[in-house]
Design a binder for this molecule. Structure first.
Ligand code: ADP
Length: 631
């Protein structure tokens, strides 16, 4: 097949431009990216060979070799991994199919500010394309298992096109040849390369080697005093296999950055070896904040699974529950069978045992962080707390533990300060039996809600919730420490116990009946026990949908007409009293109807919903102003 010149996909052009122009200060990460690709490729062929040893071609001296060539001004990174077929080269090096890159492009587009690109790129990891930060031309010579004639040569200057042609490649694997830019000659320097490998790739499990000239100690007369030896630049011991006391914090951090592409250090590192009936090693991380690449729509969970030091799965879903999908890391077990299919492995009960252990450790670590390093915990919680809350409905056994990790503002906290369920329960007055909460659009609006009045009057606090997931997640937690959770805007609650005196009820009966007749949209009109100041509020039936839930459903296009709710009027409010007087003087006065509407509309506004006919509402208010001003 002759050489062909193909265009990069359009988006990739943009990306290459961003990378080469914005990431200058961090450009040395190209070496980390290329070495980690090489290491992945070796892991892949090792895994493949479990089922088919022929694919190894006897080439199992696993290594990644870096070769600086001052004369040619090139730096080559070679591996004897799985290599690529021609189709794979086109797919992998010519498109943005790769998820990290795609997510990056979307985030960059959304932010619309390419000035932020360096930070952004750092968080996504641009993999192979980072080579163009230091090279003005990149040549890839690669071959998948097969014969020497199956090789492919790919070359590009990163400007929008690449060429591809068949080539001979004796050994299976990949050579990535970087033709260094004039200002990137430092990457030919042995000392520089050594220090970069140490910094970024010390824990890569395969040896990263470089040929160096050494002085020969026993050189004979006439013999060259120098010899070339292959130096291994990394320590190689997989970081999770080392003992905790041996690993420096910087090493954990580098490893975390490598597997997550997060630019920041993790909030917590959990590293332990489980011993006993089953043995496994765990190294997992909790991120400090929600990663930019975190995708709610297409979320994935999973930890890397190694069995006897062979990477079996990059993302083993069995190892971590979905609601902890922000946790990254590695599990290594020698008790699992090596040569079975991934599908069968996924059903191995040992994976559940490991998952239980990992979950316990992650939740305990978060609990400790909340108690000891609250600010750090808060930063984590603000971004990822919503994900954690999914566990309330998904993980029954750990429900209470997850509940203990939740933070809430409440009617009694200052804005921006938080309480926990445990705190809340501890401070409950003796006569309070339930945990009250109110869900709405924003905490600010909730703080002004009329529903809080009765609770305040009784010295009871109400948890305020404005995270969209609360409405779905909270039902998962029907009670905490034996106390029922009760929405403050639904049905009766203990805070509104006690009856309204008969005499008051009789006095208002006429107004209530007239109001109900005026307002077909409400299910009932009654006197309120929960209001102390406001004139009116709307409550859902104990079994009905809350107002917030209805708004959510409507936004999702599922608002099949709102359920009828109950309008409560406060008999001690002067406006309600005035309406009553008017009605008792002359039930047919048209103003009775107007006032009933206005009381209803203010209740609609107070709960954060919209009045159906804003201009009619304005007209009614304007009439009042006009009349009032005349007196
Ligand atoms: P990522 O590694 O995040 O998937 P890259 O842009 O670094 O993204 O690489 C894209 C793909 O190209 C890889 O997923 C892999 O399939 C392939 N690839 C890259 N380098 C090598 C290599 N040295 N050997 C074999 N395949 C490789």
């Amino acid at each position: 097949m002759p050489a062909e010149t193909l265009e990069f996909k359009a988006e990739l052009k943009q990306l290459l431009h961003l990378i080469t122009h914005s990431l200058y200060s961090d450009r040395e990460i190209f070496l980390r990216e290329l070495i980690s690709n090489a290491s992945d490729a070796i892991n892949k062929v090792r895994f493949d060979s479990l089922a088919n040893a022929d694919r190894l071609e006897g080439n199992t001296d696993w290594k990644i070799k870096i070769t600086p060539d001052k004369a040619a001004n090139t730096l080559t990174i070679s591996d004897n991994g799985i290599g690529m077929t021609r189709a794979e080269v086109v797919e992998n090096l010519g498109t943005v199919a790769q998820s990290g890159t795609k997510a990056f492009l979307e985030a960059a587009k959304q932010s619309g500010r390419t000035g932020e690109a360096p930070g952004l790129i750092g968080q996504f990891g641009v993999g192979f394309y980072s080579a163009f930060m230091v090279a003005d031309k990149v040549t890839v010579i690669t071959r998948a298992p097969g014969t020497p004639a199956d090789g492919t040569r790919w070359e590009s200057d990163g400007q929008g096109a690449y060429s591809i042609e068949p080539t001979e490649k004796p050994a299976r694997g990949t050579d990535v040849i970087l033709h260094l830019k004039d200002d990137a000659k430092e990457f030919l320097d042995h000392w520089k390369l050594r220090s970069l490998v140490k910094k970024f790739s010390d824990f890569i499990e395969h040896p990263v080697v470089m040929d160096v000239e050494k002085q020969k100690d026993d050189a004979k007369e006439g013999e060259s005093a120098k010899e070339i030896t292959e130096e291994t630049l990394n320590r190689r011991k997989a970081i999770w296999l080392r003992s905790k006391s041996e690993v420096k914090p910087e090493e954990y951090e580098e490893f975390y950055k490598q597997i997550t592409h997060d630019a920041d250090a993790p909030a917590a590192t959990i590293h332990y070896a489980a011993e006993g009936k089953t043995e496994f090693k765990v190294l997992v991380f909790i991120p400090a904040h929600k990663p930019l690449s975190f995708d709610w729509e297409e979320p994935t969970a999973g930890l890397k699974l190694y069995v006897q030091r062979v990477l079996i799965m990059d993302q083993c879903e069995q190892l971590i529950p979905f609601y902890l999908r922000f946790v990254h890391g590695v599990v290594d077990s020698s008790d699992l069978p090596l040569n079975v299919s991934r599908e069968i492995l996924q059903q191995n009960p040992l994976l559940d045992v490991i998952q239980k252990s990992v979950v316990k450790n992650v939740l305990d670590t978060l609990g400790g962080m909340k108690n000891v390093e609250f600010d750090k915990y808060l930063a984590f919680y603000k971004g990822l707390g919503s994900v954690l809350k999914e566990g309330l409905t998904r993980d029954w056994t750990n429900r209470e533990k997850i509940a203990d990790l939740l933070l809430f503002e409440s009617a009694n906290t200052e804005p921006g300060k938080y309480t926990t369920l445990a705190d809340y329960v501890e401070k409950m007055p003796a006569d309070q039996n339930e945990i009250h909460y109110l869900i709405g659009e924003s905490i600010e609006q909730l703080r002004r809600s009329p529903y809080l009045e009765a609770f305040k009057a009784r010295g009871q606090d109400v948890l305020l919730m404005a995270d969209p997931i609360d409405e779905f997640a909270l039902p998962g937690l029907s009670e905490y420490k034996g106390k029922r959770l009760q929405a403050a805007d639904r049905g009766d609650t203990s805070a509104t116990d006690g009856d309204i005196p008969r005499e008051v009820k009789d006095r208002f009966a006429g107004l209530l009946a007239a109001t109900k007749e005026t307002l077909p949209e409400v299910g009932d009109v009654r006197l309120s026990k929960r209001l102390t100041e406001s004139a009116a509020c709307l409550v859902a039936d104990a079994a009905g949908m809350s107002a917030h839930m209805e708004r959510l459903m409507e936004r999702m296009g599922r608002g099949e007409g709102r359920s009828k709710r109950i309008l409560e009027l406060n008999p001690s409010n002067p406006a309600v009293e005035a309406a009553r007087e008017l009605h008792s003087r002359d039930p047919s006065d048209p103003r009775v109807e107007t006032y009933a509407r206005l009381l209803y509309e203010q209740a609609v506004i107070a709960e954060g919903s919209k009045v159906v006919d804003p201009s009619a509402f304005a007209r009614r208010v304007n009439d009042l102003i006009t009349r009032d001003a005349k007196v």
